[in-house]
Design a protein around this ligand. Structure first.
Ligand SMILES: Nc1nc2c(c(=O)[nH]1)N[C@H]1C(S)=C(S)[C@@H](COP(=O)(O)OP(=O)(O)OC[C@H]3O[C@@H](n4cnc5c(=O)[nH]c(N)nc54)[C@H](O)[C@@H]3O)O[C@H]1N2
Ligand SMILES: Nc1nc2c(c(=O)[nH]1)N[C@H]1C(S)=C(S)[C@@H](COP(=O)(O)OP(=O)(O)OC[C@H]3O[C@@H](n4cnc5c(=O)[nH]c(N)nc54)[C@H](O)[C@@H]3O)O[C@H]1N2
Ligand SMILES: [Mo]
Length: 700
């Protein structure tokens, strides 16, 4: 018997696609994007088209395991669920008895964006225990903090309304890789005559399809935004009326802009004056102008300042008055009134505890002055051994004998290798969930399509069993998955829009607002207390930050002394056919991406005696990794890149994160992955025996 089940792609991606799974005799046989969904538009991306490869992969984790070898060695023994839950519960209890609950660190992120499997019972359980809280900074820390002080929540123009824009700036985002469905709306505008500009240090596939590419130096975006605003002001192109009505603090910025020009920006950004002036001229004359902001630009030291200044640049033109004008950072703020956070339900005791910044995991696990030290770590929905900065140090932490590690996973990841107890979790095909989106305005329900594979259990069921084993019987720790979905949309706004568990079970998805085709911020209406956009933020002074928007240089990128030892800035952006480290071990996906490479300009390569395909080492004081070199004709001198999150365990134990720094950006405790200086040295020529042997080994 054949049936079609509606679901949602769970990946940490702005597109949150609405998918349909064809099930035949209990087996998922095909998967496709919903044709009638205004954002998915019938297409899944190249990586998710192969999602069923992961579901039915023979090496997927099927049963609970306990470690029998050395930590990280990867030798495990199958055990049953009672024993597995018992072992973890005992480790947590012992840790509490010996060191107190703050010696437990729950470590989770966005392996699924589902409210139920991602952000509910696990957080409830560990907060209730009084465990250390996790500062979830790793992806959007600086952006979130910058938005918080400027507009409070991530909102902007409707992503579908880019079709109405006449000038579009794609700023620090490689849309064709990491937000593919947005490209449709931008491409349509382009076909209607819009001028599309990429602002990115790298010659990405997106940049190559834009009408213009400003290939600025990494970490200099705020200077560009300030320079553009300086030119707008000088030309009388700032919408003083809108700024008066809808913003706070314009006069402070106005004063500062007297010092900013295209020329000053061009010098800092490493661009031609003409390029910057040309863009300023277009912004002065083209209405509506829209800016799509990415997250890549905020993985630098001055990230918060950059994010703030670009948000404000998109506003000072008055473009928020027009349909298809203004700025779009993310859309997640559109869900805040229609949904309820599931992590902290009323009635459940949630004692205060310290917070550890997840991006500083390497430090948290190895700094012996921590009080208390972390002795029990429970990881779900994330693969930190591959994805956190300062990987070598983090791995040293994972190897500690006095650390108990439980990992909930689908696959034997870099992190799973270090586990004491490894618990097999269901995938999106097998569990219930509900999904907001950070890239569009549709809430999506995911219905289970097939029975769990092997003995896999949903994260939620694992946490319910863990709570029971710890003798915790509060009902909020035992809510069923359906209860959790219902709690998530238990709001007046959802009811008023007819959004219920029943309605979503029928339709699969529902729009959360009616702003498409409107200018939602024509009169302010930002989710701040006064509805205004905050340009000057006096409270920032208390954090040692500039209340008025401006340019903050990056750390390593702008460090001339460090540049003498490590001349190359290394960016490690998203790989098109992986989602962070997810899929990065699957043969079908690896066939599409190939093995890791470092991309260099022809000059940088020649200076080091490196040619295409040579084996090279990329290193700094933190660590090193080895891969093949590729010369890119459009790479900027001094700026290299290597895609993030290849699995380390299959490649000598390290990946690009062996080099990335543990250092917080100016705002939000954000990591600074792309603010990373390295040098690259030749290990072996492409033609050498060693390189051939390595290529053969990797081809196996
Ligand atoms: N296929 C795929 N899609 C993904 C992901 C993935 O791994 N693969 N990851 C998902 C996740 S977790 C996230 S957070 C998003 C990330 O999506 P993006 O926002 O696209 O993040 P990045 O890939 O880090 O960087 C995007 C671009 O920013 C550029 N960039 C780097 N530094 C600077 C700078 O200083 N200034 C400017 N202007 N640009 C800069 C990079 O060169 C890159 O082209 O994508 C999600 N989607
Ligand atoms: N060098 C460098 N490093 C980076 C970045 C960068 O730009 N450069 N980007 C950073 C960013 S933006 C992010 S968001 C982080 C992301 O880094 P991670 O959070 O580590 O993301 P993934 O590597 O995708 O790992 C998610 C894991 O969750 C598992 N998973 C998925 N769904 C479920 C589920 O339902 N249950 C359970 N138990 N497990 C599940 C998947 O199998 C996968 O192994 O990486 C960061 N690391
Ligand atoms: Mo991310």
């Amino acid at each position: 018997m054949k049936r079609i089940v509606n679901g949602a792609c769970p990946l940490d991606c702005p597109d949150t696609c609405s998918w349909q799974i064809e099930v035949e005799d209990g087996r998922a046989v095909r998967m496709r994007g919903r044709k009638d969904h205004p954002y998915t538009r019938g297409a899944l991306c190249g990586k998710v088209n192969r999602y069923l490869d992961a579901v039915y992969a023979p090496d997927r984790l099927h049963t609970p395991l306990r470690r029998i070898g050395e930590k990280g060695e990867g030798r495990f023994q199958e055990i049953d669920w009672d024993e597995a839950i018992g072992l973890t519960a005992a480790a947590l209890q012992t840790t509490i008895d010996r060191h107190g609950p703050e010696a437990i660190l729950p470590y989770y992120y966005a392996g699924t964006l589902g409210a139920v499997q991602g952000w509910s019972l696990g957080q409830r359980l560990f907060k209730h225990l009084g465990a250390t809280r996790l500062g979830t900074t790793i992806c959007t820390g600086a952006a979130t903090a910058a938005m918080k002080v400027t507009i409070n929540r991530p909102v902007g123009l409707d992503p579908e309304d880019f079709v109405h824009s006449k000038l579009i700036l794609i700023w620090g985002a490689n849309l064709l890789s990491s937000n593919m469905h947005q490209w449709h709306f931008i491409h349509e505008a382009q076909r209607n005559g819009a001028h599309v500009v990429a602002i990115d240090p790298l010659p990405t596939d997106t940049a190559l399809r834009c009408d213009q590419h400003l290939q600025l130096l990494p970490g200099t975006d705020a200077a560009l935004a300030m320079g553009l605003m300086g030119e707008l002001l000088a030309a009388g192109a700032c919408d003083e009326e809108w700024l008066e009505e809808c913003s706070v603090g314009w006069s402070d910025l106005r004063e500062r802009l007297a010092d900013w020009s295209a020329a000053r920006a061009a010098t800092i950004c490493g661009l031609d004056i003409g390029e910057v002036q040309g863009l300023a001229d277009r912004m002065i004359t083209t209405r509506p102008t829209a800016i799509r902001m990415g997250l890549g630009l905020q993985r630098h030291g001055g990230a918060g300042a950059a994010y703030r200044s670009i948000l404000i640049l998109g506003a000072v033109t008055g473009d928020f008055r027009r349909v298809g004008g203004g700025v779009l950072p993310e859309t997640a703020g559109r869900y805040d009134d229609i949904t309820i956070d599931l992590e902290e339900p009323t009635g459940l005791d949630l004692p205060a505890a310290r917070t550890i910044n997840m991006s500083r995991l390497a430090e948290a696990l190895t700094d012996t002055t921590q009080d208390p030290q972390v002795h029990a770590l429970v990881v779900w929905n994330t693969n930190p051994a591959a994805t956190v900065p300062d990987q070598v140090r983090a791995q040293r932490g994972f190897r500690r004998d006095d650390l108990h590690l439980t990992v909930l996973e689908h696959r034997m990841t870099d992190t799973a290798m270090f586990a004491d107890v490894l618990l097999p979790a269901t995938m999106q095909t097998e569990h219930l969930d509900i999904h907001p989106s950070y890239g569009h305005h549709y809430l999506t329900l995911n219905l289970p399509a097939i029975e769990p594979i092997g003995e896999c259990l949903p994260n939620t069921e694992i946490f319910r069993r863990l709570a029971a084993a710890l003798g915790l019987d509060h009902p909020r720790l035992h809510d069923s998955d359906e209860d959790l979905v219902r709690q998530f949309i238990d709001t007046d706004l959802a009811r008023s829009r007819g959004i219920t568990f029943e309605s979503l079970s029928e339709t699969g998805y529902a729009r959360v607002d009616d702003i498409r085709g409107t200018a939602p911020h024509a009169h302010g209406n930002f989710p701040t207390a006064d509805g205004k956009l905050h340009i000057t933020v006096p409270a920032l002074a208390a954090q040692g930050l500039d209340p008025v928007p401006g340019y903050t240089p990056s750390f390593e990128g702008a460090d001339a002394e460090l540049a003498e030892r490590f001349p190359l800035i290394l960016i490690s952006p998203a790989q098109r056919f992986f989602l962070n480290s997810t899929f990065a071990d699957l043969p079908g996906h690896l066939r599409m991406t190939g093995e890791p490479m470092v991309f260099l300009s022809a000059d940088d390569a020649a200076e080091r005696g490196i040619e295409d395909g040579d084996l090279v080492e990329i290193a700094n004081d933190r660590g090193a990794f080895t891969c093949a070199a590729a010369i890119h004709p459009r790479a900027r001198n001094g700026v290299a890149w290597s895609y993030k999150a290849y699995w380390a365990k299959d490649r000598g134990g390290t990946n690009v994160n062996a080099t990335t720094p543990v250092r917080d950006a100016d705002m939000g405790g954000s990591p600074t992955f792309h603010d990373n200086r390295v040098d690259v040295t030749l290990v072996a020529k492409a033609t050498s025996d060693e390189t051939r042997r390595m290529a053969e080994a990797l081809g196996d």
